[in-house]
Design a protein around this ligand. Sequence first.
Ligand code: ADP
Length: 254
Amino acid sequence: WKKIDLHRKSKDEIYEMGAAFNHMIRRLSDNFEKQKHFVSDASHELRTPLSIIDSYARLLKRWGAKKPDVLEESLEAIVTETDRMKKISDQLLTLARSEEAEALEITSFDIASVCKQTVHSFSTSFQRTITLDAPEKEVIIEGDESKVKQALYILLDNAVKYTEQDIHVRLKEEGHHILLSVQDEGEGIPDSDQKHIFDRFYRVDKARSRSTGGSGLGLPIAKQLIRLHNGDVTLDSKPGQGSTFTIRLPVVQS
Ligand code: ADP
């Protein structure tokens, strides 16, 4: 903090300082509000599986040894909900870590080959048709390869989870940027949900997302990881026709 001699300042300067100070306080209080919401959403998301575990554990305590069907159902639910809690806490950790640009391990790597490997592994694991349209040659960019890969995984994982139709991955160069898009031919995302889709814990259909193990943290993580690289992730979706998520990344980190 620098000591400011107010007597030497003109009225205009003091007025400007006051306005800047007001603006700073407003931003701090907005951030504080957002943080409060986030903590409350996060505890709610963790409490839901915890309550399910709690009730099944009580059921087990009371009937487990006597009723094999209760034993089986309870253990199944406890394992599923524990996995869900583990996933949410891992994602929260990733989100917290991806706030810091210093955490990036920047190298030069071939994004075309990342796309080829990822598309191949998703098509094989999920037995889905995923087409790839990418330059034959290497497309070298600077960035944290594992974090860029993680963002692409999230987009592909969603396309696989939420749609049954074919998926198309496209990579192209545009000036000093690359555009990497994941397009699906699924049901798309309603217009009213599109502006919230990158919000933490936001899900279009909570029940459906829950049944596929979703927590509403995938897209915010993908966006934050790409923003750390001075890029962005955007959505273009037409309900009934499908969705296209596009990663835009600068070729060189400045
Ligand atoms: P989740 O863990 O629920 O998948 P995300 O943040 O990755 O969280 O996605 C948020 C929501 O956006 C999902 O719950 C789903 O409703 C919707 N969504 C994401 N990708 C798609 C897609 N390709 N098609 C339709 N809906 C999608």
